[in-house]
Write a protein that binds this ligand. Structure first.
Ligand SMILES: [Zn+2]
Length: 261
């Protein structure tokens, strides 16, 4: 190629780009592309499911206690473990408390509702007069399954005004039932597999817990075991056991997200 041909080719390329740059159609397409990409980005951001984890009690409210173990501490540890795992799985997570502090039941519900959470999970540890009672149970909101469930709710509602609870949306109630059943299922399967123990499956139950009644999204209360039972208290002391509880929660929420998104 001689220098004249080369100059001609350069000039053609220059004309081509000059034509594009001053063509309003080009700028319109670019603008539409930018708007589309920005919309895509915000849609992807919106798709993250926001889980509010509520470690029961805290501060002056220790919850159940036995041999130096406190429900408030175990609930917080399980919630922090679940938070870490959920973030790894692409969920957004908000904890109602991250330390040993006093928080009313109303503050917990307000926090979840204000954040427009997709799911609310309150973590608790059980206690009973009978030291033989043990196992995991997961609650969703409705009239109490039995007098035992009503009693558990009464204990957890301590100090809260339950005189005129709001009416819970039927759809939210059904979704909460489904979520509670999922969490109960993954927990029992995992604990039975790993510990090869006759884990008492106390099942999915319903009762009028303040935090569930006031939640405007699918909400469950996860009772992870009994401090009043020797064997279960020892298990709840173990970091590995608490991690399994957190993993069970995350597994259930993963399944829940697949079903509902
Ligand atoms: Zn509790």
């Amino acid at each position: 190629m001689n220098s004249r041909q080369s100059i001609k080719r350069y000039s053609l390329v220059q004309q081509y780009f000059h034509g594009i740059l001053f063509d309003p159609r080009y700028w319109r397409i670019l603008l539409l592309l930018l708007i589309y990409l920005s919309a895509m980005q915000s849609t992807l951001a919106e798709e993250k499911m926001l889980v509010v984890l509520d470690p029961g009690h805290g501060g002056t409210e220790t919850g159940a206690t036995a041999k130096g173990l406190r429900e408030a501490d175990i609930a917080l540890d399980v919630a922090l473990r679940a938070e870490r795992l959920l973030l790894e799985e692409g969920f957004e997570v908000l904890l109602t408390r991250r330390q040993d502090e006093t928080l009313s039941l109303k503050e917990r519900s307000v926090m979840a509702n204000s954040a427009s959470a997709d799911v609310f999970i309150s973590v608790h540890v059980n206690s009973a007069e009978s030291s033989t009672l043990h196992g995991v149970e997961t609650y969703s909101v409705d009239i109490a399954t039995d007098s035992y469930s009503a009693m558990v709710a009464m204990k957890e509602n301590k100090g809260a005004d339950m005189t005129s609870p709001p009416i819970v949306d039927t759809n939210i109630m059904l979704l909460s039932m489904e979520l509670a059943s999922l969490v109960q299922g993954t927990t029992i399967a995992r604990l039975d597999d790993l510990y090869a123990i006759e884990k008492q499956n106390l099942g999915h139950k319903t009762a009028m817990f303040y935090v569930l009644v006031h939640a405007k999204m699918p909400a469950i209360l996860y009772e992870v075991g009994f401090l009043s039972n020797d064997k279960e208290r020892q298990q709840l002391q173990s970091a590995h056991y608490r991690e399994q509880l957190a993993l069970s929660l995350v597994e259930a929420l993963g399944e829940w997200r697949d079903r509902n998104q």
